[in-house]
Design a protein around this ligand. Structure first.
Ligand SMILES: Cc1ncc(COP(=O)(O)O)c(/C=C/C(=O)C(=O)O)c1O
Length: 351
């Protein structure tokens, strides 16, 4: 039948659909093979199945629709990659100009190719995401360009539909949502979605929000574990470049989501992320980019250290498609030498 898009929830959204690429309606998989291995109920909400390959499309369809409603003809964002790819696509569809500022040399090639070919003005910045975001905030204030980072509440309104879909697809509220945290918009948005379901009396339960960061870019985890005041990380570093963020703009909202939900923040190493990426692909046929695999890496760690209950249900938010960052895989695996095109040569190599 008609394919489900995010606009199925138009009554939950603060703007009319003005530009859409049929975002949302992404698959929710039960990870039966991994469940057998870990002895726990695990699902994956696969946001890599969105039009530009990440959950950002949910925020951009609403945000760019709002830009059009406001009569804006220029939009801007800073991005580690996926936000820029998504903004570029929706601006193209809307016929308006997109400016995207990205950390020079630290953006996955799939995302860079998208931002370029969708026709955005791609501006590499000598610095990291946090530096780029500072410029964007000033530019939008001084140059009248509409800013569409996740500080813009319309982005989070779109992204909260992830919660609405998970409830519709499962038929119940899962015990836990496990997701990667970078600028901390998505964890805040998904929590908002579940709270709205609860406040409308549609559900009687709220999930715990479990935010996972890469060890080298984990300011929220540090504050959570030390009990000290939140402090940005000066030089965030991780192979998961999507979440290579040291000063998450939405950290207060994310903090509240985790506190209110009785959830937690946890960090994982790059190696644990890359192993989880391989596990999701080789055990479940799900190829996700490194930042997205942090959700599974986080769950594995929490189960190992006995932080979480095996009798509960866990929904991983796999936020971006693996094709965004193929170099991560090609750098880790070596191919055999090419063979002569003969059966003998083939039999030799598989012996
Ligand atoms: C695949 C993927 N997984 C997780 C995150 C973290 O979500 P937030 O915690 O809401 O930031 C991002 C974020 C990307 C950007 O911030 C950007 O594109 O500028 C991502 O691309």
């Amino acid at each position: 039948g008609k394919n489900v898009t995010l606009w199925k929830y138009k009554s939950w959204l603060p703007v009319k659909s003005r530009v859409s690429l049929n975002e949302g309606g992404t698959p929710l998989y039960k990870l039966k093979n991994l469940e057998k291995g870990f002895g726990v109920e695990i699902y994956a909400k696969n946001e890599g199945a969105n039009p530009t390959g990440s959950f950002k499309d949910r925020g951009m369809t609403v945000g760019v629709s709002k830009a059009l409603e406001l009569g804006m003809d220029k939009v801007i964002c800073a991005s580690t990659g996926n936000t820029s790819a998504s903004l570029a696509a929706y601006a193209a569809r809307a016929g308006i100009k997109a400016y995207v500022l990205v950390p020079s040399g630290k953006i996955a090639l799939g995302k860079l190719a998208q931002a370029i070919i969708y026709g955005a003005r791609v501006v590499p910045v000598r610095g990291n995401f946090d530096d780029a975001l500072r410029v964007v905030v000033e530019a939008s204030a001084k140059l009248g360009v509409y800013m569409l980072n996740s500080i813009n509440p319309f982005r989070l309104e779109g992204q909260k539909t992830i919660a609405l879909e998970i409830y519709d697809q499962l038929g119940f509220v899962p015990d836990n949502i496990v997701l990667p945290v970078g600028n901390a918009g998505n964890i805040s948005a998904i929590w908002k979605g579940f709270k709205e379901l609860y406040e409308k009396g549609i559900t009687e339960k709220l999930p715990r929000m479990m935010g996972i960061q890469a060890e080298g870019a984990s300011p929220l985890v540090r504050a959570w574990k030390t009990g000290e005041k939140f402090k940005p990380i000066e030089k965030p570093e991780t192979v998961a470049t999507a979440i290579r963020i040291g000063n998450p703009a939405n950290w207060p909202k994310a903090w509240r989501a985790v506190k209110e939900s009785g959830g937690l923040f946890e960090s994982v190493s790059d190696e644990e992320i890359l192993q989880a990426q391989q596990l999701l692909a080789s055990k479940e046929g799900l190829f996700v980019e490194p930042a997205s695999a942090a959700s599974l890496a986080g769950l594995i760690k929490l189960l190992e250290i006995g932080e979480v209950d095996r009798s509960e249900s866990y929904v991983l938010i796999t936020t971006g498609h693996g094709l965004k960052d193929p170099n991560v895989v090609l750098n880790r695996f070596t191919l055999p030498e090419p063979i002569e095109p003969t059966l003998d040569a083939f039999k030799e190599v598989i012996r």
